[in-house]
Design a protein around this ligand. Structure first.
Ligand SMILES: Cc1ncc(COP(=O)(O)O)c(C=O)c1O
Length: 463
């Protein structure tokens, strides 16, 4: 196999057929591993690829062509959520499918029947198999996709790799709605290598994606090198128009890194159509995968520039190889993603999305009607999380300036007194509730939230 540092862009397309034949050298790249090199398996065409046999049977799911499959029914059958809590905060840390956890446990037990044989001979082909299926789901070449434990890891990996190629003249542009930890990563690399940071300040309320594009385009500078886009903003809930933003950036030669932490499951993802240079998404959020599962897409011309945070046996054995093994750890959450894929595909991706989108919109309308308030942005800009303003007088007349403390106080009241788990946000001097809707939610749960807020307001406890 060619040394990756000496290969040119899109090297896997340029290498000779001989390079793709599993070789002893490739095996040596993985220490004692007796399985083929990951890059060789990932490069095989669909026709030539022979997937490994999963050593136990996987669960089957009922198709979602009738609405009563969702709500309480699916909550009971597929999730572990407690009946004691009205759970409206899927956006925080997701919620894992019960059967995916069961299957992860089966992998753990299978591993321990013969740990050396499993890890040395079977694990990497199984990781490749699940990567290939996931690549198909997000419409990309499997060679461009790697498994990572979470979006935070992917963002660090990409930003720290790119920082090595940047100078103090270079600008990284991000949005005010960008995830807080990403802003800290940017500060970290600014301190490290002296790049400049610029922020697109989206001012709310926003009525259309076009408005976002205009505000964004005005912020690009000749020395902007990289733009960071949160596909779905965590604090604001809005969906940014990724494809159009990428087009604007690429016209000016600017690289684009998309943080799609909240996208997988709720939005159709097509890496081919988005055209971003880098895209990362969590499997453990809206996709309901086991905790510790995410994807990182790197378009082929950047394979050499992006390196893992953890260097191990696969380094210099190809792009996928350098990411696939980060030392001995529990890889079963990744292997359980077969089950999560089956859940979405067998239940019906479109039916599930339709349920979530309709529910969150009905819920937002219900809350707006109950409280007489507005949304943070036009409803068309939201996905499965919507921010609805709380009644303006929830803190009583002549209330002080709204702060994060007020939001926290109300969130705690909702949790402790009303057993409702939902985040309250203090944004632009106003208080909002960010509701989430997944397949296990139902409209009644949002009615409880509407009444709880009316109750909190009537007790004037916040004054
Ligand atoms: C927009 C966004 N990016 C990144 C993350 C980090 O995800 P993780 O903790 O899985 O790395 C989150 C988490 O909520 C998020 O909302």
């Amino acid at each position: 196999m060619a040394d990756e540092e000496t290969a040119g862009p899109c090297k896997y397309e340029e290498e000779t057929a001989q390079d793709t034949i599993p070789s002893k050298k490739a095996r040596r790249d993985f220490g004692s591993f007796h399985s083929s090199n990951a890059d060789e398996l990932i490069r095989l065409s669909k026709e030539d690829y022979d997937p490994p046999v999963i050593p136990f049977s996987l669960p089957c799911y009922q198709s979602g062509d009738h609405a009563d499959l969702f709500g309480a029914a699916i909550r009971k059958s597929q999730f572990c959520l407690s009946d004691k809590i009205t759970f409206l905060n899927h956006g925080a840390f997701g919620c894992t499918l019960r059967s995916a956890m069961d299957v992860a446990q089966k992998w753990r037990e299978y591993c321990e029947t013969e740990p050396v044989s499993f890890i040395d001979r079977e694990l990497i082909p199984h990781l490749v198999y699940v990567s290939r299926r996931l690549a198909e789901f997000v419409d990309c070449d499997p060679c461009d996709l790697v498994l990572v434990p979470n979006v935070t890891t992917a963002m660090n990996c990409i930003l720290q790799s790119l920082a090595r190629t940047m100078t103090s003249d270079d600008v990284i542009l991000f949005f005010n709605v960008t995830y807080g930890a990403t802003k800290k990563m940017l500060q970290y690399i600014k301190d490290l290598v002296g790049i400049q940071l610029d922020e697109v300040k989206l001012s709310f309320p926003i009525s259309s994606a076009q408005q976002i594009l205009e505000m964004f385009a005005a912020c690009l500078k000749p020395n902007t090198k990289l733009v960071i886009i949160d596909h779905v903003s965590s604090n604001y809930g809005i969906i940014l128009p990724v494809k159009e933003l990428v087009e604007i950036c690429h016209e000016r030669g600017v690289l684009v890194l998309v943080d799609g932490a909240h996208a997988l499951g709720i939005l159709p993802i097509s890496m081919r159509s988005f055209g971003a240079d880098f895209y990362t998404t969590n499997c453990h959020k809206w996709f309901c995968g086991p905790k510790g599962t995410a994807l990182m897409y790197i378009s082929c011309q950047h394979h050499q520039a992006i390196n893992p945070l953890v260097v191990s046996h696969g380094f210099q054995a190809g792009f996928n190889s350098k990411f696939i093994w980060t030392g001995l750890q529990d890889y079963s959450p990744f292997l359980a993603l077969h089950t999560v894929l089956n859940f979405w595909q067998q239940t019906g991706v479109d039916e599930m999305r339709r349920y979530m989108f309709q529910l969150v919109r009905s819920a937002a309308a219900l809350l707006q009607k109950s409280w007489g308030t507005d949304l943070l942005a036009d409803v068309s800009l939201f996905g499965t999380m919507i921010l609805v303003q709380l009644p303006a007088d929830i803190l009583g007349g002549g209330a002080p300036q709204i702060t994060y403390d007020h939001a926290e106080l109300i969130q705690n009241r909702l949790f402790h007194d009303h057993h409702i788990e939902v985040p309250i946000k203090a944004l632009e001097g106003k208080l909002y509730v960010r509701i989430s809707a997944h397949v296990y939610n139902e409209l009644d749960q949002y009615s409880s939230l509407a009444s709880a807020i009316v109750d909190i307001k009537s007790k004037r406890i916040l004054l």
